[in-house]
Design a protein around this ligand. Structure first.
Ligand SMILES: OC[C@H]1O[C@H](O)[C@H](O)[C@@H]1O
Length: 294
C-alpha cells in the first residue's frame, strides 16, 4: 500500500466568482484539494467569515473529501471573493477583494500541532499581503519538521506582492514553483542574468533551495534540483479553463517528490495532471483514475 503523506495548503481560501457562478478557489486551497485527490491527507489551512459563503466553504470541502477542520472563522470579516474572467484560451484575469477573512490567519495551538506533524506545505505570496497572515505563515513554517517540504508557489497576483515578501518567503522555503511570467519579476528583484537555466541555478544557489519548478503552460516545465535538471515538453490540450492548473501541477510535484520518484517521472506526471485540469472546467475537477494512481 502507498504511504499517506500529511500535507497543508496554507493561505487564502475564497470563492472565485465567474460570470456563470461561483467556485471554491484560492491557490493554497486548490493545492490541498488536489493533494487529497492524489491520495494524501491534505488540509487547507485558512479562514472564512461567519457568513453563508463560509458555510458553503465547509460543505464544498466535505464534498471533495477534504477536511475543513483547519478552517478558522472570523466574525468581523467576510469570506474571500475574487472576480474572475477567462479569455478565449481559458486564461484568467483576477480582481481580488481586500480585507477578507483570510487576511486574519491566527496561529493557534491546533495549527502548531498540525505544523509539527507535516510532510509538506505549500504557501504563496498573496496571503502575505496582510501583516497578520504574513506573520502567521512565517510562524507556521518555522514549526514544521526540518526535513519537510516547504514549497513556495510565488503565484504573483497584482497588485499584492513586492520584493520583501518574495525574498523572505524564499528564505523560508526549500522548493520554489514559478511560471515563465513570474521569472522576469524575480530576475529584476535579484539581478538574475543569462539563460533561463542559468537564472534558475542562480536563484537556487542564492536561496539554498533544493529544487525549482519552472512552468511554461502548455510548453511544459523545467525541474532544476541540486543534482539534475529535467525538462518536459508538456502536454498539448485545448485549454478551456486554466484556473487551478498551476496548483494541480504543484500538488503532483509535491506528491511525486514525497514518494521519491525520479525527477523525470515527476515532471511528466505534473504536466499530465495540469493539462487535464486546463482542459476541464473548475480549479479542481475530478481526476481520472490513471492520474490518481501515480
Ligand atoms: O491559482 C488559482 C487561484 O488563484 C487566484 O487567486 C484564484 O483565486 C484561483 O482560485
Amino acid at each position: 500500500m502507498n504511504p499517506t503523506f500529511k500535507i497543508v495548503g496554507l493561505g487564502e481560501i475564497l470563492w472565485d466568482i465567474f460570470p456563470d457562478g461561483e467556485r471554491l478557489g484560492g491557490a493554497p486551497s486548490n493545492f490541498a484539494c488536489h493533494c487529497r485527490q492524489l491520495g494524501s491527507d491534505a488540509f487547507p489551512v485558512s479562514c472564512v467569515g461567519a457568513d453563508e459563503l463560509g458555510q458553503r466553504t465547509r460543505t464544498e470541502l466535505k464534498q471533495l473529501d477534504v477536511s475543513p477542520d483547519y478552517i478558522q472563522e472570523n466574525e468581523s470579516h467576510s469570506t474571500g471573493k475574487v472576480m474572475v474572467t477567462l479569455n478565449d484560451e481559458g486564461k484568467p484575469t483576477y480582481e481580488i477583494l481586500e480585507d477578507m477573512a483570510w487576511d486574519y490567519l491566527t496561529f493557534t495551538p491546533e495549527w502548531k500541532a498540525l505544523a509539527q506533524s507535516l510532510d509538506a506545505v505549500c504557501f504563496g505570496s498573496l496571503a502575505q499581503r496582510s501583516p497578520q497572515s504574513r506573520e502567521t505563515i512565517r510562524t507556521f513554517l518555522q514549526h514544521m519538521p526540518e526535513k519537510s517540504l516547504k514549497i513556495f508557489d510565488v503565484n504573483l497576483r497584482e497588485p499584492f506582492f513586492g520584493k520583501e515578501v518574495v525574498e523572505e518567503s524564499l528564505e523560508l522555503a526549500t522548493i520554489l514553483k514559478l511560471s515563465d511570467e513570474e521569472l522576469p519579476v524575480l530576475a529584476e528583484y535579484f539581478n538574475l542574468a543569462g539563460t533561463v537555466t542559468e537564472q534558475l541555478s542562480a536563484l537556487r544557489e542564492r536561496f539554498n533551495l533544493n529544487l525549482i519548478a519552472y512552468t511554461r503552460g502548455s510548453d511544459g516545465s523545467i525541474l532544476s534540483s541540486v543534482e539534475e535538471t529535467n525538462e518536459s515538453c508538456g502536454v498539448k490540450v485545448k485549454a478551456i479553463d486554466s484556473v487551478g492548473a498551476g496548483d494541480s501541477f504543484t500538488a503532483a510535484l509535491c506528491t511525486g517528490l514525497l514518494k521519491k520518484r525520479p525527477l523525470a517521472e515527476v515532471n511528466t506526471f505534473a504536466n499530465q495532471v495540469a493539462a487535464y485540469v486546463c482542459s476541464n472546467k473548475g480549479a479542481c475537477p475530478t481526476l481520472p483514475d490513471d492520474l490518481k494512481s501515480f
